[in-house]
Design a protein around this ligand. Structure first.
Ligand code: AMP
Length: 611
């Protein structure tokens, strides 16, 4: 069976993994390294052979800064105007107008972040093909849980450009949970704490019957292990300046040496209680020597860890949970090897976090598990996403009839029957909308189509069945069918296309803000719809059964009908309902008489036809 691989396309490093039987394994390069630096160097313009990836590219970061691209994940699916100022300060040039997608200028050519990412993916694909000795054509690629639709689409496109069919874009925290086999839990809440080199994310997930749902995410895109290095670097710089009058900032090569040294000190302090530093200073200024203890270092990084814990509290409160509600905690990212982090995260959630797997590989390993599930290798698990917003159709008076509620796990299907409003109506218009508000005008319009060829019948008689079906990729199929004639029409839409997370959130919070007025509007329109039907029927009855009414009675009925019309145009839904009740009361006797007359007629007709 061909291997379907799992790929962690990271900001600093990327990894590729596959399932070796039942065990997910990260694939290493010739030198045994599993992490491929997410760096792409363009040595010459317009020559595919001169593009280097990974360690080979990394060595050009300082010598060819303008054409060696790193951190490209930060630009995926983004426009110029989305960029924060600190992201604009890069050695390579970002081009394109304010409103356009970002492009990276290298020499005379420009590249999209997707094209650069495709190079990283090609590098990983080649590594896996060499190691497994088989062509790799299908993959699951992970993205942060907070990635919006265009960032996900850009990632998927990168896979395609690299010659991969992307079976699923998977959330990184979900992947980490899969690596620990947490999908086997019947039910539970998982916190995934991910601290890498430059970014921090916390995600709270809910799992039920193998279905993962992201309840909330929080984080800091500019906080990571690099900041721990910087704390050590700053301390050394200050001490060297004070004791030896040497300014490291004025000596680039020495500064670089201390930077690397700081990271090594940090690593050592994860497994030892002390680490020694020795630095020969220029101009015969002597040697700076120092021992750092773990507790001293912990004092330096405490404030940074506190910031990550504050994010955890925010994510919990967004998910309306307390730390005790979390059943499992998963650690991801190289920086979670710091013992103080394990301890503080464990204290916060009051349980020992999962850290048995290599925290650098855990996301890729989980992606490989998902790849196997999707390729049918593991059949007893179902892995699903949820719809971010409700989906429905427009009904009379611009009211939304909701078929699928938001947060419903997908794939899912829903069915509802509707009818016509006018006698002999042959066409109905189906307007598919997305959102949480009661009125169509306040929701997002997704598609409009007509169902024609309905059998002409009195209003309210035809049965038009509308079926919504969302597949595993989030594609919505809407079918409308006239059950009598069998005529049907189908459209396909992608509900999340072009919808950012912020927009989705805005739509949800607007629905809460406007809940009361929306409900009033809806009730008013519903009572108007009902009143229209009753008026139509009454008018018909008045014409049909004029011999059953005396003048007084007719006058009374007509007066209330006028009153009802006035209430429909200006009254509240309560006034409309009250007038409707009054109309029903005054027409009660007449309606009963009319009914028995109609029955008698029908029986007469029956007899006739029986003869
Ligand atoms: P990631 O982005 O997940 O690859 O994480 C990279 C970060 O993890 C870098 O800041 C590394 O210095 C850090 N890291 C790797 N190993 C260790 C360790 N043993 N102790 C502390 N930090 C580490």
């Amino acid at each position: 069976m061909a291997h379907v691989v799992g790929i962690d396309l990271g900001t600093t490093n990327s990894l590729i993994a596959y399932m070796d039987g039942e065990t997910p394994r990260a694939i290493a390069d010739d030198k045994g390294r599993t992490a491929l630096p997410s760096v792409v160097a363009f040595l010459e313009e317009a020559s595919a052979e001169s593009v280097l990836v990974g360690e080979e590219a990394k060595q050009y970061l300082t010598t060819r800064p303008k054409s060696t691209i790193y951190s490209v994940k930060r630009f995926m699916g983004k426009g110029r105007e989305d960029l924060k100022d600190d992201l604009k300060m890069l050695p390579f040039s970002l081009v394109g107008q304010e409103k356009e997608a970002i492009r990276i200028g290298i020499g005379k050519k420009t590249y999209t972040p997707t094209e650069i990412s495709a190079h990283i993916l090609r590098g990983l694909k080649a590594r896996a093909e060499k190691a497994l000795n088989t062509p790799i054509t299908k993959a699951v690629i992970t993205v942060p849980a907070y990635f919006n639709d265009s960032q996900r689409q850009a990632t998927k496109d990168a896979g395609k450009q690299a010659g991969l069919e992307v079976l699923r874009i998977l959330n990184e925290p979900t992947a980490a949970s899969l690596a620990y086999g947490l999908q086997k839990e019947k039910e539970g809440t998982i916190a995934v704490y991910d601290l890498g080199g430059g970014t921090f994310d916390i995600s709270i997930l809910k799992i039920k019957n193998g279905i993962f749902q992201v309840l909330s995410t929080h984080g800091d895109t500019l906080l990571g292990g690099d900041d721990f290095d910087r704390q050590l670097l700053k301390r050394i710089r200050d001490e060297v300046l004070e004791q030896y009058d040497v300014d490291l900032l004025k000596n680039g090569a020495l500064l670089q040496e201390v930077r690397l040294m700081s990271e090594q000190v940090k690593w050592q302090l994860s497994s030892q209680t002390s680490a020694d530093v020795s630095l020969i200073l220029p101009d015969n200024k002597g040697r700076y020597e120092r021992q750092f203890t773990r507790s001293e270092y912990e004092g330096m990084i405490k404030g940074l860890i506190d910031r990550t814990l504050e994010s955890c509290h925010k994510a919990l409160s967004d998910a309306k949970l307390s730390p005790e509600d979390v059943d499992e905690v998963v650690l991801v990212g190289g920086s979670t090897r710091v013992p103080l982090i394990k301890e503080r995260v464990g204290d916060l959630f009051k349980k020992v976090p999962h850290s048995e797997l290599n925290p650098d590989e855990v996301v890729a390993l989980g992606a490989a598990v998902q790849a196997k599930i999707l390729s049918g290798g593991i059949t007893d698990m179902l892995l699903l996403d949820v719809t971010p917003l409700s989906l429905g159709i427009e009904t009379m008076g611009g009211i939304v009839s909701r078929l699928i509620q938001r947060n419903t796990p997908i794939p899912t299907t829903a069915k509802e029957a509707y009818t016509t409003h006018v006698d002999g109506q042959r066409t109905v218009s189906i307007h598919v909308v997305q959102g949480e508000r009661e009125m169509v005008g306040d929701c997002r319009s997704l598609a409009k189509f007509n169902l024609t060829g309905i059998d002409p019948l009195p209003a309210g008689m035809p049965r038009i069945e509308v079926v919504f079906l969302i597949d595993a990729n989030g594609i919505l199929n809407v079918t409308a069918k006239d059950l009598r004639s069998g005529k049907e029409t189908t459209v396909e839409v992608t509900p999340t296309y072009g919808l950012s997370d912020e927009e989705a959130e805005k739509m949800i919070s607007a629905s809460m803000e406007h809940a009361k007025e929306d409900l009033e509007k809806r009730q008013r329109i519903e009572s108007i719809n009902e009143a229209e039907t009753v008026l139509r029927h009454t008018e018909k009855a008045l014409a049909q059964g004029s011999d059953l009414l005396d003048g007084d009675e007719r006058e009374k009925i007509e007066a209330i009908m006028t009153q009802l019309k006035a209430a429909m145009s200006e009254g509240t839904h309560r006034q409309i309902r009250e007038t409707l009740t009054e109309l029903n009361q005054v027409t009660q006797r007449f309606a009963a008489d009319l009914m028995s007359q109609t029955v008698k007629e029908a029986l007469k007709n029956k007899k006739l036809s029986d003869v």
